[in-house]
Design a protein around this ligand. Structure first.
Ligand code: KPL
Length: 295
């Protein structure tokens, strides 16, 4: 849904936008419709099947983190050294994987609060315009993030390149680590967590572990602040079904490997205990068969 939203936004700036289809799709065009403030706009976007060997100057990936390997692997031969890959996804760990596959690509990572959902295969509904932050890990990637943000701003969207994207991504990760697995395990909406004393205690402990891990990574963090922030987001999104609960209910793999499991792995690397993140990872893994091991 986020990919479709950006397809419309970039189209409005005069960009040539091509959607990349699944290998099973034989269509050369895909009609997408965007409903925004009750107005519906439709457009037929060209679809590029994988393995076409055409250059990809800027590739925007908005798949679920666990689907990145499947989506990107067939495209790796078509990416030239210096091409830009923008990752706009929940969770962490995918950028490291892409870098391992292709150290010659530039990676821009981002987080967004845009609210958009798929009503059906072709219809996207914009629930609310949010803010998108982009950034890069290296000075070159940071410069490219600024260039991409500048181009994307022409669409009227609220997008900005920030110098501390790593910190922002960890802060967003803390929110997802605190809310997503608990809503999936308790099968509740985000707002219900606040009325659940055990859930609140677990959220506090998850945030304390994320803060300790962030500090070990050289980032400023405070467990109480991360916890307060997660509670605020749970209140603001009280009526939401979290993406993890939605995945569990639909029988899809969850993003736990890129959230709490990622925190537990980084903590372990630093010799820091993260028992709550480990335990909740195991509990969520038990809800669904093994995730894609490729990433
Ligand atoms: O990002 C989210 C998600 O569900 O993945 C939150 C912030 C928890 C909102 O539902």
């Amino acid at each position: 849904a986020i990919g479709g939203l950006w397809a419309f936004r970039l189209l409005s700036t005069g960009c040539n936008v091509t959607l990349i289809g699944r290998s099973s799709s034989l269509e050369s065009m895909q009609r997408l419709c965007l409903v925004e403030a009750g107005q519906k706009t439709c457009h037929d976007f060209p679809v590029r099947p994988p393995h076409t060997h055409q250059p990809l100057p800027i590739l925007l990936i908005t798949t679920k983190a666990g689907d990145t390997a499947t989506a990107l692997t067939p495209l790796l031969d078509d990416l030239h050294p210096g091409n830009i890959v923008v990752l706009l996804q929940n969770g962490m760990g995918v950028d490291e994987w892409v870098k391992q596959q292709r150290p010659d690509l530039f990676i821009v990572t981002g987080i967004t609060t845009d609210g958009v959902f798929r009503e059906d295969r072709q219809t996207l509904v914009l629930a609310g315009n949010g803010k998108t932050l982009l950034g890069g890990e290296t000075p070159e990637e940071q410069q490219l993030a600024q260039r991409v943000a500048g181009q994307w701003q022409a669409s009227g969207a609220d997008v900005e390149a920030v110098p501390d994207i790593r910190l922002r991504r960890w802060q967003k990760l803390a929110i997802n680590c605190a809310i997503n697995p608990l809503t999936a395990l308790l099968r509740c909406r985000n707002g219900e967590l606040e009325h659940h004393a055990d859930a609140l205690a677990t959220m506090r402990s998850l945030c304390a572990e994320v803060a300790a891990t962030m500090q070990a990574e050289g980032l400023p963090a405070n467990g109480d602040e991360l916890f307060e922030n997660a509670c605020r987001v749970a209140r603001q999104t009280a009526a939401n079904t979290s993406s993890m609960l939605a995945d569990v209910m639909a029988g899809r793999p969850t993003e736990i490997e890129f959230m709490n499991a990622h925190v537990a792995r980084v903590a372990l690397r630093h010799g820091i205990p993260a028992p709550t993140n480990q335990a909740i990872t195991q509990a969520v893994r038990a809800l669904h068969p093994a995730p894609d091991p490729a990433v």
